[in-house]
Design a protein around this ligand. Structure first.
Ligand code: SF4
Length: 385
């Protein structure tokens, strides 16, 4: 049986060195397949798969990538992921992709889509304008029409039509992947002593770099291994982590947070790959089902404009439901959506009497002593309060 330990020893190092190399290597073994990069946060990957292509999470360059060219295209005060993604493109590390898609999550991501279009004319570069009004009776029609436009782009890229049944099959497959990921997260929330956040992160992140047909069996074996674990709980404080929905913190930082005395019961890492709270319907119009899922069955996020329920209420509910004692707000430096949210989260957490710690990170950060000291002080203040 494949164990979580063996999965980590196979994938952790590549993920820390240059995550996209896993997908680039996969392409070398499957030269006839087309790969489409998905910038965070959410993309309807089911549609790429239904076109016979493989969706690949282009989620930054990690902390080993030197930014030598991208700085000249962006001002200094934008988040790291925007620059590292452009650097990957300018240094030929995205040449294995046939297309890349961006989303209307924030101004830097919006601009990055345009910069890619101008700098990489041979690459299919597309963009989804997600709805800004979730209460309009026309929102589903609007989003389904965006997906239809994108479907046409994918059909042009592959030269073959995407039939409704193809898309239904892909949705069913991703439903299975998302179901397994929900199970992974449920185990961690209930028995964090049996699954570390670094382990669950690696299990999730590799799924953004390979087809779901390969990821699902790995997840199933890992879950069987995790269910058999019987670790003794340690004396740690239980927290939920929020704010890392787009740019990703280095694995060493996540590890430091745990080593400093936390069980992280829930987080918003790689949120787009587990975007739905339940299965997407596989009967009826599949584009409308995906659009309906975005509107009615998806997670809350700093980049989803939804006035129906305050995000802070979701965070408070998450703390209460998981039984966490505190919240860690871990935001990418210069990430405006995360910083805007923090103002709301701070007020709500203080009102509810829930302790919290705010930390900033950059994907290229190397030194974790400061973050570790801050979290250790926070943990001690709670343990010995
Ligand atoms: S990290 Fe924040 S600011 Fe940067 S692209 Fe992502 S959402 Fe936008």
């Amino acid at each position: 049986m494949t164990t979580v330990e063996s999965i980590l020893s196979r994938y952790r190092e590549p993920l820390e060195n240059f995550p996209l190399e896993l997908a680039a290597d996969w392409k070398k073994r499957h030269a006839d397949k087309k790969l489409v990069g998905c910038y965070p946060v959410y993309h309807p990957v089911d549609l790429i798969h239904a076109a016979g292509m493989v969706p690949v999470g282009v989620i930054g360059g990690g902390n080993r990538l030197e930014i030598a060219h991208a700085d000249s295209r962006f001002q200094s005060f934008v988040c790291s992921i925007v620059k590292s993604t452009l650097e990957l493109g300018l240094t030929g590390r995205l040449d294995f992709l046939d297309g890349i898609v961006f989303h209307s999550i924030c101004d830097p991501a919006r601009n990055l889509g345009s910069v890619f279009k101008r700098n990489f004319p041979k690459l299919m570069v597309d963009y989804i304008h997600f709805p800004q009004n979730m209460t309009s009776p026309y929102t589903i029609d609007y989003l389904a029409s965006e997906y239809l436009r994108l479907k046409t782009s994918y059909e042009a890229l592959t030269g073959r039509p995407i039939k409704d049944d193809d898309l239904r099959r892909s949705i069913a497959l991703f439903n299975e992947q998302r179901r397994l990921l929900r199970e992974l997260y449920a185990i961690r929330a209930e028995q964090p002593e049996n699954l570390s956040t670094v382990e669950s992160y690696v299990l999730l992140r590799i799924g953004t770099l390979m087809p779901p047909e390969e990821h699902i069996p790995i997840l199933k074996e890992a879950l069987a291994d995790i269910r058999a674990r019987k670790e003794k709980p340690k004396d740690r404080i239980k927290v939920v982590l929020e704010g890392s929905f787009c740019e990703q913190p280095p694995l060493e930082l996540i590890e430091s947070l745990e080593a400093a005395g936390c069980y992280i019961l829930d987080d918003d890492f790689l949120l787009g790959w587990r975007w739905f709270l339940e299965d997407i319907a596989t009967d009826g119009d599949p584009l409308r089902n995906l659009a309906n899922g975005y509107l009615r069955q998806s997670v809350y996020s700093g980049v989803k404009h939804d006035t129906r329920e305050p995000k802070a209420k979701h965070l408070i509910d998450k703390v209460r439901e998981t039984g966490a004692a505190a919240a860690l707000i871990l935001s990418a430096k210069f990430c405006e959506p995360a910083l805007f949210d923090y103002a709301l989260y701070k007020r709500a957490l203080e009102k509810e009497g829930i302790p919290h710690l705010f930390l900033e990170f950059e994907e290229k950060m190397w030194i974790f002593d400061k973050a570790r000291t801050e979290i250790e002080t926070f943990v001690e203040s709670m343990l010995f309060d």
